[in-house]
Ligand binder design. Structure first.
Ligand code: NAD
Length: 247
C-alpha cells in the first residue's frame, strides 16, 4: 500500500534518513522530523521522490514541543498512518570513569530522548492514527547484549522494547500494530568515529560477514514491518545484526 502518511523522527541523517527515503520511494508521504538540523532536513526534502512531504521540528525531550510537532505532522500529512520512532542518542558514561554528576546527566538525557521521547511521540501520534496504523521502534542489539560503556543506552532500548510490547497489546483492538528492529552496528554519524578508530576492525569482525550494516538494510525491514502484510509481527523485535549476537 502506498500514499500513507509516515512520521519519521530523527530523519535528517543516518538510519532515519534512509527510512524516510525508503517510504518516499514506495509512494508514501513523509514528515521529516529533526531537532536542530534544518539544513539537512531541507536537503532531504528536496531529494525525496514524490510529493506531500514536509518538515517538523522538536527536541524529543520536551513534551510540549513533541505535542506541537506531532500535531503539525498530522496536519501536513492529513493523519499519521505510520510512526517510526528512530531518533536516539548514545553517550559514553562507563560507571568506573564518570563522576556522579556526569552519570546522572547521562541517564536523564538518554532516557529522556530514547524512551520517554518515543513514549510521548507515540501517545500524540495515536490520537491521529486510524485502524491499520503502525508504530515501529528503532531499538538496538544493546538492549539484549548489554552496553558496558553506555548502560543508560542499553536500558533505554530494553525499555523501548517493553514499551512496544505493551502497546502492541493495548493498540491491537484499534487495529494498530507495534513492532521494533534491533540493529547491531550500522555505518552512520553515530558510529563513524568508532568505525574509523583502531577498534573498527574488531567491530566489523563481530559479524561473521566481516562488516557492519548499511542504513538502507535497516530501512528495508522497517518498511516491511510497517506494511499491511506485517500485522502479525505486532509485538516482535527483529534482530538485524548480521549474526553478531544471537539470542
Ligand atoms: P544518528 O546520530 O546519525 O541519528 C540520530 C538522530 O536522532 C539525529 O538526527 C539526532 O539529531 C536525533 N536526535 C537525537 N537526540 C534528539 C532529541 N533530543 N530530539 C530530537 N532528535 C534527536 O544515529 P543513527 O545511527 O542514524 O541512529 C538512529 C537510531 O538507530 C537511534 O535510535 C539509534 O539508537 C539506533 N541504532 C543505531 C545503531 C548504529 O550502529 N548506528 C545501532 C543500533 C541502533
Amino acid at each position: 500500500m502506498s500514499g500513507r502518511g509516515v512520521l519519521v523522527t530523527g530523519a535528517s541523517r543516518g538510519i532515519g534518513r534512509a527510512i524516510a527515503a525508503a517510504f518516499a520511494a514506495q509512494g508514501d508521504h513523509v514528515a521529516i522530523h529533526h531537532r536542530d538540523s534544518a539544513k539537512e532536513a531541507q536537503s532531504l526534502l528536496e531529494e525525496l521522490p514524490g510529493q506531500g512531504h514536509g518538515i517538523v521540528q522538536a527536541d524529543l525531550a520536551d513534551p510540549e514541543a513533541v505535542r506541537r510537532m506531532v500535531d503539525a505532522a498530522a496536519q501536513e500529512l492529513g493523519g499519521i498512518d505510520v510512526l517510526v520512532n528512530n531518533a536516539g542518542v548514545f553517550i559514553d558514561h562507563p560507571i568506573t570513569e564518570t563522576s556522579y554528576d556526569e552519570w546522572r546527566t547521562a541517564w536523564q538525557r538518554i532516557l529522556g530522548t530514547n524512551l520517554i521521547g518515543p513514549a510521548n511521540v507515540t501517545w500524540c501520534a495515536v490520537q491521529h492514527m486510524p485502524a491499520g496504523g503502525r508504530v515501529i521502534n528503532v531499538s538496538s542489539r544493546g538492549a539484549f547484549r548489554g552496553e558496558p560503556n553506555s548502560p543508560a543506552y542499553g536500558a533505554s532500548k530494553a525499555g523501548l522494547n517493553a514499551l512496544g510490547q505493551s502497546l502492541a497489546i493495548a493498540l491491537a483492538p484499534r487495529g494498530i500494530a507495534v513492532a521494533g528492529v534491533a540493529p547491531g552496528y550500522v555505518e552512520t554519524d553515530m558510529t563513524n568515529e568508532h568505525l574509523k578508530s583502531p577498534r573498527g576492525e574488531e567491530i566489523r569482525a563481530q559479524s561473521p560477514f566481516g562488516r557492519v550494516a548499511r542504513p538502507d538494510e535497516i530501512a528495508a525491514a522497517v518498511v516491511y514491518l510497517a506494511s499491511p502484510a506485517a500485522e502479525w509481527a505486532s509485538g516482535a523485535v527483529l534482530d538485524l545484526n548480521g549474526a553478531s549476537y544471537l539470542r
